[in-house]
Design a protein around this ligand. Structure first.
Ligand SMILES: [Zn+2]
Length: 253
């Protein structure tokens, strides 16, 4: 039976032998020659704690669980937005608010208000222009101006960036978002169409008819119909056994 110490010494011997062989291979490769094949002891696989890599754009979470994410374009009258947050919190729902920078400029206290309710904040550009038609430099400025406000108000730029006026992020948008420090662009797989003000029962129907485990739902602050629809939406989710959580929780990150 090997003792713990002998196992440790043997492991260290194997590791340093393998490191030597790797170094020899590196020298040969730098010479421009293919390293010759040597019989090596496989290196132990290190345990990794790095987050699971995400694609450049995420539209939904796992389809096998019971969680979904309600995500809101963060804008509008702060009094209306506070009513909506209260409604969500009274049902124990946690959501993700994709803040527009100019909305935070108009009422900077909204950033803390969102986080204090147990919700998550993300970046939805500074001015909500048509980001898909902007130059890369202009798109980057739209992202970083909002990120600066989030950092100043909360200490973090938030985990996600959602492009404005487009459901999907182009390669250019994904590259600028990554450069600004975001893990992925946040799309959605269910549109409540609440921004068209179709009335609260239509909004409720749109959400409850389309919802599936893992869904990311696009909704909007600043619309009376959205606030009015929320109790029925939250009831309907509960009766389907679905729980609204933040996007970071939905994606396990
Ligand atoms: Zn928006």
């Amino acid at each position: 039976m090997p003792t713990l110490t002998s196992v440790f010494i043997e492991r260290r011997r194997l590791l340093s032998a393998a490191a030597g062989m790797a170094a020899a291979g590196l020298v040969a490769a730098c010479d421009g020659k293919r390293p010759t094949a040597i019989a090596t002891t496989p290196l132990p696989v290190p345990k990794r704690s790095a987050p699971v890599p995400l694609p450049g754009e995420v539209a939904h979470g796992p389809r096998t669980g019971t969680e979904i994410a309600l995500t809101f374009h963060g804008a509008g009258d702060p009094a209306l937005d506070r009513r909506l947050l209260k409604e969500l919190e009274s049902a124990g729902a946690q959501v993700t608010v994709m803040a527009i920078g100019s909305w935070l400029d108009a009422d900077p206290s909204m950033a803390r208000r969102v986080l204090d309710g147990g919700h998550e904040l993300g970046n939805h550009t500074q001015n909500h222009g048509d980001i898909g038609s902007m130059s890369a430099a202009a798109a980057y400025a739209e992202i970083t101006q909002c990120a600066e406000r989030l950092r100043r108000l909360t200490g973090s730029i938030g985990a996600w960036f959602r492009p404005s006026q487009t459901q999907h992020a182009s390669a250019m948008i994904q590259a600028q978002s990554r450069k600004a420090g975001y893990r992925a662009c946040l799309s959605y797989d269910l549109d409540s169409l609440d921004f068209k003000d179709p009335g609260s029962s239509a909004i409720t129907r749109n959400v409850l008819n389309g919802i599936r485990p893992g869904s990311v739902v696009s909704m909007h602050f600043g619309h009376e119909g959205t606030v009015a629809a929320m109790p029925a939406i939250l009831d309907g989710l509960r009766s389907r056994g679905l729980k609204p959580v933040t996007v970071s929780r939905l994606l396990g990150s």
